[in-house]
Design a protein around this ligand. Structure first.
Ligand code: ATP
Ligand code: LTN
Length: 338
């Protein structure tokens, strides 16, 4: 197998809401593209989803839904291991060992913790929300991944992962590969359709905030047609916050078509925001329709998804358990007698 010489990639998405076109353009689209270059591990990070309150039945359903979306988006389970994070117990075990090595100051500094904890009542913030980056570091380091394809918002978590890996390596000897963030050139930070100054997020409840990957075409079109723009008329890329809405629509168009900026601006020369919105809606629906058709087929094939997840977990365990055995030895645990 050629896989043995390939570098490894690991990434994951939380099963904590409806996946958005932001998740697709920032993460999934890249994953699909990297499958032949790297040996890939893609997980559904259910342990991470528990860091904010979840309904058990909804979490179970979402975990399967996200797995099916990975496959429907083009992840090929023959090439890449697709698995559920909680099926591989090495993740929580390494997470504890790394927890003991992490200065709490590093955790309080993380912007995601500050954002998410500010949205909750002080007394109900779980320690898991603070420790979130440690579990993510464990996910990555167990696979000795050299690249981690994620959106722009995950840069700080990747820096954290490198820092903790270096700290371990210095303390106990070279053990972990230092991973690099792999951030797409376009689409790394898709903004909310109803508020182009805030990142599009799957846990934002408002109706016109995001296009979900499973939205029917008329709903997706309606959300895009209603998206917030400004009172100008020129359809041009811009870093002016006043024009963030149009810039966001152009960015979505660019990330989906792969066309250069100049070609896109030329295409919309003399046209208005309404034309841009229609064109974006068409590109989005052209991409989502086949994904949704595959998704519906997969969800109706009894047992298929479970089989893929079982095989994925087996492949993941083979790698993760090997790294964990080395870690256990390095930190001084007595090897189990049997
Ligand atoms: P939540 O809002 O529930 O925390 P999220 O939408 O940010 O979730 P995650 O599960 O945290 O989604 O992220 C999954 C992947 O999608 C990550 O690689 C993240 O960087 C990427 N991603 C999330 N939102 C965007 C976005 N608006 N633009 C580009 N990439 C994104
Ligand atoms: N923190 C990530 C999700 C995540 C992840 C990972 C991404 C958990 N573990 C490992 C890449 C690699 C997020 O997108 N919020």
């Amino acid at each position: 197998m050629s896989g043995e010489t390939k570098k490894r990639v690991l990434s994951g998405i939380q099963p904590s809401g409806n996946l958005t076109i932001g998740n697709y353009l920032g993460a999934l689209q890249q994953w699909v593209a990297e499958q032949d270059t790297f040996e890939c591990y893609f997980c559904i990070v259910d342990l991470h989803a528990l860091t904010v309150p979840q309904d058990p039945a909804a979490l179970r359903a979402k975990t399967r839904e996200v797995a099916a979306i990975y496959l429907a988006a083009g992840i090929d389970p023959e090439k890449s291991a697709v698995f559920v994070q909680s099926h591989v117990s090495a993740h929580t075990e390494l997470s504890w060992i790394l927890t003991c090595l992490t200065p709490i100051g590093w955790l309080y500094r993380m912007t995601q913790f500050k954002d998410k904890s500010s949205k909750q009542q002080q007394e109900s913030i779980g320690a898991g929300l603070l420790n979130y980056p440690i579990l993510m570091a464990a996910d990555i380091l167990l696979y000795q991944a050299s690249a981690v394809p994620v959106g722009d918002d995950q840069r700080q978590h990747l820096e954290f992962t490198r820092d903790i890996a270096q700290r371990f390596n210095h303390t106990y000897g070279e053990t972990f590969t230092l991973p690099e963030a792999m951030i797409p050139r376009e689409g790394a930070r898709i903004m909310g359709l109803d508020n182009p100054l805030a990142k599009m997020s799957k846990s934002e409840a408002s109706e016109y905030h995001a296009v979900y990957l499973l939205d029917p075409p008329d709903i997706a079109r309606k959300k895009i047609m209603r998206s917030q723009t400004d009172s100008g008329r020129d359809v041009r890329f811009s870093s002016d916050p006043e024009r963030a809405g149009v810039n966001n629509l152009l960015t979505i168009y660019q990330a989906l078509t792969g066309e250069p900026k100049e070609a896109i601006e030329a295409r919309f020369e003399g046209k208005g925001y309404g034309d841009l919105k229609k064109a974006v809606a068409e590109q989005v629906n052209d991409r989502l329709s086949p994904l949704q058709a595959r998704y519906n087929r997969l969800m109706h094939e009894n047992g298929y998804l479970d089989e893929i997840l079982a095989q994925g977990a087996e492949r993941a365990r083979a790698v993760a358990d090997k790294t964990l055995a080395e870690v256990r030895d390095r930190v001084g645990f007595v090897a189990p007698y049997r």
